[in-house]
Write a protein that binds this ligand. Structure first.
Ligand SMILES: Cc1cc2nc3c(=O)[nH]c(=O)nc-3n(C[C@H](O)[C@H](O)[C@H](O)COP(=O)(O)O)c2cc1C
Length: 259
């Protein structure tokens, strides 16, 4: 039984989950969802397919939605999703199920894994103690998730229809990633190293005259901000006094897409 796990990740949490799960499932591979591989459109070979992604504003990243919409899968494939989030999964599983149902495919199982939040636009970074507790819980949970997937279990973790509608409204009203690019700026610590541009899964950052410039295709993952070695990337004024976060066991190179 071979499994393909497609993941989208900014700060590395979802990549960590994808890697840990792949290790447990054995005959499996992980594939990044990014601008450079949106052309993966046919996966009728995998017996099982999983999508691992962060929750943004109670819903799913736009690129994950587009990727799944484009992906050709067999109707009898066992499909699961894993949402990583800081505490509120919202209607993420409902949104994934809706996309799949439109393609005539069933969502067999959905799981939520709590990880350190990385939304410094609104919140402070979790303390090291909180992070370590979440990392420990994640390892244990992946073990349980892997055995559920191996056993072809059907597990529903959806929000009820009323709450799902509320979350969908909040998502539609607050999640405007494409408009975010114009609000990023760099302070005097920027050395123009270009790492922000390399880790951006949306290919939305170019280095011009030694400084990053954001276009209009932001996905809101904040990878640029989290992985900046100088911690020089800011969003409006909200991030100036806040810490940064990326998963400590993920290397920056793992998020850089190859041409
Ligand atoms: C713009 C933004 C919005 C977010 N919205 C939510 C949310 O609605 N609910 C939640 O629990 N976590 C939210 N988070 C936290 C992420 O879902 C969480 O940290 C996730 O594990 C990050 O995954 P990654 O490291 O793979 O990018 C948000 C993070 C960002 C950057």
């Amino acid at each position: 039984m071979n499994t393909t796990i497609y993941y989208f990740s900014g700060a590395g949490n979802s990549l960590m989950v994808a890697k840990d799960l792949s290790e447990q499932l054995k005959d499996s591979k992980i594939v990044q969802i990014s601008k450079k591989n949106m052309s993966v459109i046919n996966d009728t070979q995998s017996d099982k397919i999983g999508f691992v992604f962060p929750v943004y504003n109670f819903g799913i990243p736009v690129m994950v939605k587009n990727f799944i919409e484009n992906l050709k899968m067999s109707k009898d494939t066992y499909v699961f999703d894993i949402a990583t989030c800081g505490g509120m999964v919202g209607s993420s599983h409902n949104q994934i199920e809706k996309i799949l149902n439109k393609k005539g495919i069933k969502l067999a199982a959905s799981f939520t894994v709590f990880m350190p939040g990385c939304d410094q636009l609104l919140f402070e970074t979790a303390s090291e103690e909180e992070q370590n507790k979440l990392f420990k819980d994640e390892k244990e949970q992946i073990y349980t998730i892997a055995s559920a997937i191996k056993d072809n279990q059907h597990i529903k973790n959806k929000a009820n229809p009323i709450m799902s509608s509320v979350y969908n409204l909040l998502y539609a009203a607050t999640f405007k990633p494409k408009a975010m690019g114009k609000n990023f700026w760099t302070d005097e610590k920027c050395i123009g190293c270009g790492i922000c541009s390399k880790v951006c899964p949306a290919n939305n950052i170019v280095i011009q005259a030694g400084k990053p410039k954001w276009a209009q295709q932001c996905e809101s993952c904040l990878a640029c901000m989290q992985w900046c070695p100088q911690k020089s990337i800011q969003y409006k004024k909200s991030t100036v006094k806040r810490g940064r976060y990326h998963h400590p066991d993920i290397e920056v190179n793992e998020l850089i897409q190859n041409d």
